[in-house]
Design a protein around this ligand. Sequence first.
Ligand code: NAD
Ligand code: ZN
Length: 360
Amino acid sequence: MQLFRNFKSVTKTCYGRGSFGKLGEILEPQRGAHQRFFVFLVDHYFEGWDDFIARIPKQEGDELIFCSTEKEPSTEQIDGLRDDILARRGLPAGVIGIGGGNVMDVAKALSLMFTNEGSSVQYQGLNLIRKPGIYHCGVPTISGTGAEVSMTAVLTGPVKKLGLKCDWTVFDQIVLDPDLITTVPTDQWFYTGMDTYIHSVEAITGTKKNTFAEAYSEKALDLCREVYLKRDRSDPKSDELLMVASYMGGLSLTYSEVGVCHALSYGLGKVLEMHHCFANCVAFNQLEDVYGEYVQEFKHMVKERGVNLPANLAKDWDEKTLDAMAEVAYNLPHMWDHAFGPDWQKVLDRERIKGWYRRM
Ligand code: NAD
Ligand code: ZN
C-alpha cells in the first residue's frame, strides 16, 4: 500500500450530552480583543423554537441567520451571504453552523469566502482556495454526512456540483451533542445515517482502501448496525452511537475515496436537485452488482425501519435526463479510479452508468 496524504483534522472536538451548553465558553476566546461579532447560521427547522434559540450563546451585535435547507448550498447563496455581511457589518470573528450537512457546509464555505476574493465558483475543486478562512465551528443537529469532520464544503455551482476542498475548510471546532439529534424525523434520520454507512462501504471497497480507512469504516459500520438493526430509536444510546458513526464514517474517507454510489448520487443531485443522502439511498438500493452483501444489509435495514424508499423513479426520466446525469457522474474520475482502478475507462462508459440509472 502506497498512498501518501498529509491531511488536516478538526482542531478541537467537544463531545457528550449537554455539550451544546458549553458553546458560549468555547467561543469566548475567539471574539478577540476588538470584541468582533459572530455569525450564527441556524437550520430553519429551529426557527420559532424559542427554548432552543435561547440556548445559542448570541451576544449583542452577533448575527443570527436562519438557513433554508430546501435546496443544497449553492455558490450563489454563499457569495450573496458573504457580500451582504461584509457590506453591512465588516469581517466577523467567526462563523458557527448549527444544523445538518447543509448548514455546516454553508458555514465552512462562508468562512473561506470571507477572505478569498471573487465568486466561490472559481474555488470549486481541490486546493484552489488561496487564503485561510476565518474561525469556524460546526454543531451538527442531524448525523450521518460526516460534514463535521470532512475537508470539503459541497456547493452546487452553475456548472459543477463540487466542494471547496482544502485544509482550511476543516472546522476549527466541533461540538457533538447527541441531545440535538433526537427530533429528526424517522425517514430523514435513516437517509442521513445511511450516508455514513455508504461512506464506510465505499471507503473500503476500492483501490484506495487502506488500514487507516478500514479501521474507521469497520467501526462506523458496526455502530450503524447497532443503531439501525439492534436498538430502538427511543433508546438514548442510539443517538450517541449514530453521532460517533457519522464522525468515523467521515474520517474513513479522509484517507480513501467515495465510489460508484456517490458518483451516481451526484448526477441525481445536480440534474434533479435530489438531496444527497436520499439520492445515495436511491442509488445504493440498486448497486448489488457492485456492493453485494452490503446492499443486502442496507435493504434489510430499510425493511426493519419501515423506511419509505421509492422505486421506479426512472420511468419519469427521459433520455436527455439520463444523458445529463450520466455526464455528471462520468466526470468524477477520482471516484471511478477508486472504484475500478486507473484503467476504469476500459470497464465504464456512459451507457453502463445509464444502465444503473434505469434501474432506479
Ligand atoms: P440537511 O442538512 O439538509 O438536513 C435534513 C433535514 O433535516 C432538513 O430538513 C433539516 O431542516 C432537518 N433537520 C436538521 N436537524 C434537525 C433536527 N434536529 N430535528 C429535526 N429536523 C432537523 O441534510 P443532511 O442529510 O444532514 O446533509 C445533506 C447536505 O450535506 C447536502 O447539502 C450535502 O451536499 C452535504 N454533504 C456534505 C458532506 C461533506 O463532507 N461536506 C458530506 C455529505 C453530504
Ligand atoms: Zn455522502
